[in-house]
Design a protein around this ligand. Structure first.
Ligand SMILES: N[C@H](CCC[C@H](N)C(=O)O)C(=O)O
Length: 305
């Protein structure tokens, strides 16, 4: 990371973790100063020249009463986002492993609101992901009114897309076979579709039976990942609303299985899944990592504020 001859910045300690292959660089910003610009996050996310991750998770002191921590999430493209389901599980394991808490039930403030995490055995964590949002204006998704399915034009095709927010925006398409679904092509177009003003995570859902489904997700700001926790929650909500799934569903993503439970409108979505620590590391940042670089034209991200 530190090029030869450039001023040397501070060393940043981190832990590399993953939830079913959705991988994270986790930084304790309680015991060390942290403030990175989007272009530095993108460099750290690079799988050849940096640490390599889908998302950067930053652990901070709580900013609200009766909350244990605050946790910020940055995609590989440097954008700061509202929620990350697999990340929430890894966050919970991290703060306990690092002895930042000895609680098994942890309340954490995210940009999408406060969520509650329950640490189980062998690294399994259950997360109350909150109540899904289906009002298009709140997702946000451009539509006159709330529909179960929205016709969306992509490359001359009319797709039947459902839209839901788990704190972050999701589009969900039903497919016959996730293995042959056009994830890279359709996912990339829909991620940036004009009807998703904040962009979106795009899930391709194959229903196996009322209790099992397969899913691939083209994530906003990261591309296809091996797992997407909020995407699995969004997919179960859509599958239930479309009358195809029961309340408790085993969702198989390329990286493994998640268990998602939703009791219907107004209820929170519960997600249960594993976590893994890969290694602890330190990386020396270039001296100018904090200097204001050329502002990225176009995409505005909260991290720029
Ligand atoms: N790419 C997502 C954030 C990470 C979500 C995903 N990794 C999860 O486990 O929920 C977004 O831009 O909203």
């Amino acid at each position: 990371m530190s090029g030869s001859g450039r001023s040397q910045g501070p060393t940043l300690s981190f832990t590399k973790m993953h939830g079913l292959g959705n991988d994270f660089m986790v930084v304790d910003a309680i015991s060390q100063p942290f403030r990175l610009r989007p272009e530095m996050i993108r460099k750290l996310a690079d799988r050849h020249f940096g640490v390599g991750f889908d998302q950067l998770l930053v652990v901070e002191p709580p900013g609200l009463p009766d909350v244990d921590f605050r946790y910020r999430i940055f995609n590989a493209d440097g954008s700061e986002v509202e929620q990350c389901g697999n990340g929430a599980r890894c966050f919970a394991r991290f703060v306990r492993d690092q002895r930042l808490t000895n609680r098994r039930v942890i309340r954490v403030q995210t940009a999408a609101g406060v969520i509650e995490l329950r640490v189980g055995r062998e690294g399994w964590v259950t997360v109350n992901m909150g109540v899904p949002e289906l009002n298009p204006a709140a997702i946000p998704f451009a539509a006159e009114s709330r529909q179960l399915v929205y016709p969306v034009e992509v490359n001359g095709q009319t797709l039947e897309l459902s839209a839901v927010s788990m704190g972050n925006p999701h589009g969900v398409l039903l497919v016959d076979d996730v293995d042959t679904a056009p994830v890279e092509t359709q996912g990339a177009v829909l991620e940036r579709h004009p009807r998703f003003p904040s962009r979106a995570n795009i899930g391709f859902l194959q229903v196996i039976d009322r209790g099992r489904a397969r899913l691939r997700v083209f994530e906003r700001g990261a591309g296809e990942t091996l797992a997407c926790g909020t995407g699995a929650c969004a997919a179960v909500v859509v599958g239930q609303l479309r009358g195809l799934l029961d309340n408790r569903v085993r969702i198989t993503v390329p990286g493994g299985d998640l268990v998602i439970e939703w009791q219907g409108e107004g209820a929170p979505v519960m997600m249960e899944g594993p976590t893994a620590r890969v290694f602890d590391g330190q990386i020396r940042l270039p001296g100018d990592h904090r200097r204001r670089g050329r502002r990225q034209s176009g995409r505005h991200t909260p991290a720029d504020r």
